[in-house]
Design a protein around this ligand. Sequence first.
Ligand SMILES: [Fe+2]
Length: 435
Amino acid sequence: MFIHAFEGSWFDHPFWRSYFRVETREQLSRIRSSGIDGLVIDAARGLAPRADPQASADGAKSPRSKPPPASERPWGDAMSFRSTPTFAPPAPRDTPRRRRGHATECRRARKVIDRTREAVVDMFAAARLGRAVEVRRMVTLARSIGASIERDSKALINLVRLKDKDEYTYLHSVAVCALMINFARHLELDPQEVEDMGVAGLLHDVGKVAISDEILNKPGALSKGEMRSVRSHPVAGHRLLASSPGAPDTALELCLRHHEKIDGTGYPDGLAGDALSLAARMGAICDVYDAVTSNRPYKDAWTPCEALTRMGQWAGHFDAVLLDRFADSLGIFPVGTLVRLSTGELGVVIGSADDAPENIVVRAFFDCETLAEMAPIERIVSPAMEHPRIVGRDSPSFWRFADWDALRFRIMSGADTSAAASDGEPPIGPRGADQ
Ligand SMILES: [Fe+2]
């Protein structure tokens, strides 16, 4: 049988892919012993459940719509199933499909961003006068941002990345809030933690009120004294939040620690490794990602793909495992990553599209259905599109590519990898196909 999808969470089933042909008894027993309780099969690509002769004779039901008696079910008794007539077939590979409701959510998200930016401007103005932060207002706004992300995780995050240089400080807080919420949801933190992470994102740079605009917007290198002033903002912000009623502990923590680095070379205290909380490690990633993907007074923006590629190369700066999870949360991957596409192909991330920095170019080279290499073809993946989209990372070892680095190099350099297969190289295919 050809499995089209598993029901429930992707994490509950033991396979890298949710669509493949069941060809071995071991695959079958892995499915049976997994936590899933249902799957969808594609009867057009494999065996259909055997028909119930009575139902067929009656003409009362389609032969494929009724499961066979338990004694004839190769997938076991406990598992329900749906066969092809109950789901829409996958879109043809080359028919792009827009994300439903994306344009509407972009309009809603714009309003949420504007409202939140105004509140952040007010917060900074009040802080300059030595007043406490109005935490309750920030909680309400963080909830609105969370609701937008829940409806469509791409809309608000893409919009808030685009900012003018002169509004960077305020919109940066909104962006870090959105990135923290999206990241925390991806890590499946509980709802209160997700909200606290969002509030922490809004408040994390409030200590910048202690730095003059002249220094904040200076295009050139900073003097030692100016650098000292910049480096004082985590402690200044922490002090302000500590005297603001209702500020969540996560916000105090993020404010103080978002410039620490995993190797202990950050500030204010040079904490390293396990001494850094989850909020501190997540915040360091979100803070830098938004900073480098924004136009700032002293630097032009990198594209999201370029940013994640470069951040992955900064040894000792971030928690490397969390940085990968952050990329997963955005669905944006560093150059050279092997990814699965909604077209049923494997591809390598090549970079950003020239005309639209938020779009990613993936060079597809392998067909997961036929298990064969194909002539490379470039797929443009846009946040506005449902199809094609990146389904997730994939594992070169799962697919048993004989020499992944060499194969990746050939794909990225534009060579026709399909010729390599006929060059006497070992065949490739997924683990499990011959188990
Ligand atoms: Fe900061």
